[in-house]
Structure formats: structure tokens, C-alpha cells
Ligand binder design. Structure first.
Ligand SMILES: *Cc1c(COP(=O)(O)O)cnc(C)c1O
Length: 390
């Protein structure tokens, strides 16, 4: 029996998978079990920030693995402390909580703002405002905050007191705020929703309102964070600092690690017993993530991401001339969406055939989220294949 049949027999159908079985990866190239190579512009959905089989990352993983993989958060170990020191220093925020995924990071942030509301505003301050077309993950609070009905089907009743307003619409947001609002959660660039960046003025205004009304401002940077925008966090591109930022995807270079970083006045409402995670921030994943952050914060790295992102956008923009189906090129750094008026699934399938992995975003865009170590030559190659598929 072939692998795909065997897999379908025993693995739940939570993903519509392509008929591809990958065997190994090197840099930005994946190889399937038949030996065919693919240029990887999906990167495990913005996860494999340093590509595949990165020698330094492998070494950091092996070194830590041989010393200590997991203890409990009942005890201390060095990698988590060092990683948290780096993240707080680079983010301008104060305290970290580690978990294992993006949904868990959003879950932690949503719990944190509710506890904050009850303790620091009033006992009824439990209302959370999220954005339409957002995505925050699959756990119950995260999927309730997610502003897309298709992900919530048959899951009702959802979490109470989570409301949605249109993104980038300050009046709609103001109209939803009440004395019982404890938190606002939004992505500085909506990822799964279709690569829609926030308007700079909007983010500044949201920050001002949260300060005035004592509301916890959460930026979900699970996809946009950890260098993808050309800075460690996309909010640093906007000059607007949240009270809580979530992170996951790119943080571990492929190992499952997530987390939140919060300002002290918010973080302090979490006490022993309020929240926890057995695996969260174990020595192995933290040593791995530490290597990722060290690499990203090397002088020039973020600039190279920003520059390659601009290059990618320029090359994609240039395709408009020959391909009127391209409506818009959106994004920042190496998270780029191309809105195409065409059958997106067919484009992805054709690209795959030609050895390029792409993914859609929202209902109208093709997403480019390669490893941050992608080269200009590889960008050229991807743009060439993409143009052939249009
Ligand atoms: C992917 C994503 C999540 C969910 O992350 P998981 O690791 O799949 O739970 C949450 N928020 C955003 C913005 C994401 O892109």
C-alpha cells in the first residue's frame, strides 16, 4: 500500500493534503520521496525561518538535546531564561509566558486580558473585541476570536462576550467599546485573512483608545513576528507597542514553541494556578529558538529580510504588465500576498507541478512566505515559475 493510502487510513482528515510526500529538505529546497525537488515558498506556513537542515540550528538542537530535553516548569533551566531575556530586550515588553503553538499563545493572551479586566477594571470587564477576517487558531477562545464563520461551523456555542468589528475601521471599533471591554486583539498584518496590513494611523489610534480606556491591546504576531516583516515584530515597523504580543510560527525554526510577551502591569495578574503549560518553554525548544533569535538579531539580518521582501514585491508588481489578472501585491518583508483574479487552487497546483510550493491566503490571494534565508536567485526562480502559472 502506498504511503498516502496508509496515511488516509489512520490520520484524521483535518487537512486537505496535496498528494506529495516529502522526505528531506536543505536550505529552501524540499525533496519528495521520488527525488523531485521543490522550491519552498511555504516554509511550513511561515515556520521554517532558517530553512531546512540549517547547520547552526541543528548543532544548537543536538547540543541541547544531549544535555537536557525536558524538565517541568516547576524548575528553572538556562535556555528559557536566556530566550526570555532576548525577547524582552528586543520587544520592549517585560515578561514572557511560553507555550507550544499559536493558538495556545492567543489563548494565553485572551485569558490574560480577562483576568486583567476583572482584577484591574471591574468584575464585569470581560468583553473582548476582535477583527473580521482575522485568524487566531483552533482552540475554543482562539477560534471564537477568529473572525471567519467557516472555521466556526458546528462548534457553537462559542465563547461568550467576544465581538467582531471590521479591520482598519476606527469608528466601528469605537462603537463596540464599552466600560466592560477588557481586550482588543488584532494582527498588525492579517495573514490567513489574505495579507492585509493595518493602516499606520489606525494602529496608532487603537493604541490611544486602549490607553484612555484601560484596555489590554493584544497584537497577534504568530505569523508576522520573528523577523518576517523585516523587524523582529511587525509592530516595530509601525512604531506602536502593544500590551501583549503573541508569537509562535517562526520562533522555533520548526520545533513547536509559542509564547506571549506582556508589559509588567498586565503580566502581573498571572499567578501560579492562573495559567500553565507542561511542555511550554522546555530547554530543548528554548535552546533552538534562542539560536533562531541570535541569528535574526545578527547585524544586517533584518535589513536583508526587508530588502529581499522589497525585491520580491517589485518583481511581483512587474508581472502586472503581462498579467492583468494580478489585482494587487500586498505585504511587508517576506510576507507577501498577490491578489489574483483567477483560480487560486489551479495556480498552486501548477506551481507545484513546476517545482514551486505556494499557498493561498484568504479568498483572493497567493501567499509568499519563504524561509527568511531565501536568496535573490531563488526569488527570481519563484517569480518566474509563478508567472508561467498565471
Ligand atoms: C497560524 C496562526 C495562529 C495559530 O497557530 P497554530 O500554531 O496553528 O495554533 C494564530 N494566529 C495567527 C495570526 C496565525 O497566523
Amino acid at each position: 500500500m502506498d504511503l498516502i493510502t496508509r496515511g488516509s487510513n489512520v490520520i484524521m482528515e483535518t487537512y486537505k493534503r496535496y498528494p506529495l510526500v516529502f522526505d528531506k529538505g536543505q536550505g529552501c529546497v524540499l525533496t519528495d520521496i521520488n527525488g523531485k525537488e521543490y522550491l519552498d515558498f511555504v516554509a511550513g506556513i511561515a515556520v521554517d525561518s532558517l530553512g531546512h537542515a540549517h547547520p547552526g540550528l541543528l548543532k544548537a538542537m543536538q547540543t541541547q538535546m544531549e544535555k537536557l530535553v525536558h524538565i517541568s516548569n516547576l524548575y528553572w533551566s538556562e535556555p528559557g531564561i536566556e530566550l526570555a531575556e532576548m525577547l524582552t530586550k528586543e520587544s520592549g515588553l517585560d515578561k514572557v509566558f511560553f507555550c507550544n503553538s499559536g493558538a495556545e499563545a492567543c489563548e494565553a493572551a485572551l485569558k490574560l486580558c480577562r483576568v486583567y479586566g476583572k482584577l484591574k477594571k471591574n468584575k464585569d470587564a470581560v468583553e473582548i473585541i476582535a477583527m473580521e477576517q482575522s485568524f487566531h487558531g483552533r482552540t475554543y477562545a482562539a477560534i471564537t476570536a477568529t473572525g471567519q464563520k467557516k472555521y466556526q461551523e458546528n462548534l457553537e456555542p462559542l465563547m461568550p462576550e467576544i465581538y467582531h468589528v471590521p479591520y482598519n475601521d476606527i469608528e466601528a471599533l469605537k462603537a463596540q467599546i464599552s466600560p466592560n471591554t477588557c481586550g482588543i486583539i488584532l494582527e498588525p498584518i492579517q495573514g490567513e485573512g489574505g495579507i492585509y496590513p493595518a493602516d499606520p494611523d489606525y494602529l496608532k489610534e487603537v493604541r490611544k483608545i486602549c490607553d484612555q480606556e484601560n484596555i489590554v491591546l493584544i497584537f497577534d504576531e504568530v505569523q508576522t513576528g520573528i523577523g518576517r516583516s523585516g523587524k523582529l515584530f511587525a509592530y516595530q515597523q509601525y512604531g506602536v507597542v502593544p500590551d501583549v504580543v503573541t508569537m509562535a510560527k517562526g520562533l522555533g525554526g520548526g520545533v513547536p514553541i509559542g509564547g506571549i510577551i506582556a508589559k509588567d502591569h498586565v503580566a502581573e495578574v498571572f499567578k501560579p494556578g492562573t495559567h500553565a503549560s507542561t511542555f511550554g518553554g522546555n530547554p530543548f525548544v528554548c535552546a533552538t529558538a534562542k539560536y533562531v533569535i541570535e541569528t535574526l538579531t545578527n547585524p544586517g539580518f533584518f535589513d536583508s529580510v526587508a530588502e529581499k521582501g522589497e525585491y520580491l514585491k517589485t518583481q511581483l508588481e512587474a508581472l502586472k504588465k503581462d498579467h492583468p489578472s494580478i489585482q494587487e501585491v500586498r505585504g511587508m518583508g517576506l510576507i507577501v500576498g498577490v491578489q489574483v483574479d483567477a483560480d487560486l487552487a489551479a495556480i498552486v497546483a501548477k506551481a507545484m507541478d513546476k517545482g514551486l510550493l505556494l499557498i493561498t491566503a484568504g479568498s483572493n490571494a497567493i501567499r509568499f512566505v519563504p524561509p527568511l534565508i531565501i536568496s535573490k536567485a531563488e526569488i527570481d526562480q519563484a517569480v518566474q515559475i509563478f508567472s508561467e502559472c498565471l
